[in-house]
Design a protein around this ligand. Structure first.
Ligand SMILES: NC(=O)c1ccc[n+]([C@@H]2O[C@H](COP(=O)([O-])OP(=O)(O)OC[C@H]3O[C@@H](n4cnc5c(N)ncnc54)[C@H](O)[C@@H]3O)[C@@H](O)[C@H]2O)c1
Length: 434
């Protein structure tokens, strides 16, 4: 069985290396030659825990993993080809931009020689997989390929574990032949009793968007409860804990904070809603989640500005964490970046630090002051914002922080610290929903 992945991003590279770990010969294709050059030297194009080791292992030792910029050549011996290219939000619209997916589909159509299964792993709106079938059918007879929807659920920061030990695998097919090939590929997961959901192509497409939108809804819900707690004197930490103990609700994704970011939730919520609208269905809950989340980091930045009577000119503010969540260097739709930009635009001098995401942040916010440590950020700052919950931000020496800061004020947007304990150090503390 030979597997080809088109795209060497978070999904393509992680899945490709994990399939190599399962024992399959895997070839990753990308049109970004610089990216391929780096990977072929054993350097991952992004930070993902454990991925470097897996890359070196399968590139150099097992040699089950290889790379190419030539899809035509790569398809010659492929049994299964996965499309894992990006599907960002279209500029000025909420729809998913399917340009890259369609481009790859056309290239596949031009070059299929022997039968193969074409799997859409990119997150795509309902109807896209069938559209890809149509594109390929224009050039290739239908006995030469099958089309499958196999959405990916991995999370950045824990991507390898998520791929190797997923809660479920979703496979949408239209016939038994492709279904059994997909079952063969995922056999190592069958053996560890992973739930494999075999379904139709349309259901598979909806499952992905509905899952991400539901998780996003939980986050926005608790964020709004946090706002209410702040006003009426409740504590969202207690509220979320008690809610989460109800097994019907569950404790995950009930952490109040600055809103959800990243490359998936914001765009998937928008695309889910846009797809429904095209079919004259209004997803009013999802629309509300999108609006609530878009307003959230701006609202948080306003609260910080209010603390300084909206006079930020010349005030030094420290920001810890720039990635959209810990254990990744991905800053796409990062709320830290949005908040940093808002405060910077209002005249604040921003000092910031992130263990891995600073190079990416420098590309979008070049005028911030990038520091080498938490101490350097704290020195002379009039406020410290904990924006991303990296482990290294969880065990501060609060005495030292107080001494380093000009004015000891902490905005803990991830509710890492205990309100009372921080105040005992003589530090002004602002959590979320407390
Ligand atoms: N990042 C995640 O955590 C995650 C999780 C689940 C699903 N997804 C979905 O998976 C898809 C890919 O996401 P990603 O984060 O891996 O994207 P990415 O932007 O990190 O990577 C996409 C890759 O595809 C390559 N590419 C683009 N057009 C190409 C072409 N015509 N031929 C060959 N290569 C091409 C790019 O050069 C890039 O390397 C998206 O639809 C996303 O929504 C992402």
């Amino acid at each position: 069985m030979k597997i080809v992945m088109v795209g060497t991003g978070y999904v393509g590279l992680v899945s490709g290396l994990c399939f190599a770990e399962f024992g399959f010969e895997t070839l990753c294709v990308d049109k970004n030659q610089a990216r391929l050059n780096g990977i072929s030297k054993g350097v991952c194009p992004f930070f993902e825990p454990g991925l470097d080791d897996l890359l070196v292992k399968h590139l150099n030792l097992t040699k089950r993993f290889s790379l190419s910029n030539n899809l035509q050549e790569s398809l010659k011996e492929a049994n299964v080809v996965f499309i894992t290219v990006g599907t960002p939000t279209k500029r000025l619209e909420n729809e998913a931009d399917l340009k890259a997916v369609h481009e790859v589909a056309k290239e596949i159509a031009e070059n299929i020689i022997n039968y193969c299964v074409v799997v859409i792993k990119s997150t795509v709106p309902v109807g896209t997989t069938r559209k890809i079938k149509e594109i390929i059918s224009q050039k290739v007879s239908e006995d030469k390929f099958d089309i499958v929807s196999n959405p990916e659920f991995l999370s950045e920061g824990s991507a390898i574990k998520d791929f190797m030990r997923p809660d479920r695998v979703v496979i949408g097919t239209e016939n038994k032949k492709s279904e059994s090939i997909m079952q063969e590929i995922y056999n190592p997961l069958y053996l560890q009793e992973t739930s494999i959901v075999l379904t139709t192509i349309e259901s598979a497409e909806v499952i992905k968007y509905a899952s991400n939108s539901f998780l996003a809804t939980k986050i926005s819900f608790i964020n709004e409860v946090a706002d209410l707690c702040e006003t009426i004197g409740g504590n969202v930490l207690d509220v979320a804990k008690a809610m989460g103990l109800d097994k019907r609700i569950g404790e995950k994704f009930l952490h109040a904070g600055p809103g959800f970011g990243g490359s998936c939730f914001p765009k998937d919520v928008k695309a889910f809603s846009a797809t429904a609208k095209k079919h004259d269905v209004e997803l009013s809950i999802i629309n509300a989640v999108n609006a609530s989340n878009e307003a959230r980091p701006i609202k948080i930045a306003s609260r910080i500005k209010n603390r300084f009577n909206n006079k930020l000119e010349g005030i030094v503010i420290g920001i810890l964490g720039l990635s959209f969540k810990p254990n990744t260097d991905d800053i796409r739709n990062s709320t830290s970046i949005i908040i940093a930009n808002e405060l910077y635009k209002s005249g604040a001098i921003i000092k910031c630090f992130d263990p891995y995401a600073m190079n990416n942040a420098k590309k979008v916010l070049p005028d911030l002051n990038y520091c080498n440590s938490v101490d350097e950020v704290c020195k002379g700052s009039s406020a410290l914002i904990i924006a991303t919950e990296w482990n290294e931000f969880k065990v501060f020496d609060l005495n030292k922080i107080k001494k380093l800061m000009k004015d000891p004020v902490i905005f803990d947007l991830r509710n890492i610290y205990n309100n009372e304990a921080v105040k005992d150090f003589g530090i002004e503390y602002h959590g979320v929903g407390q």
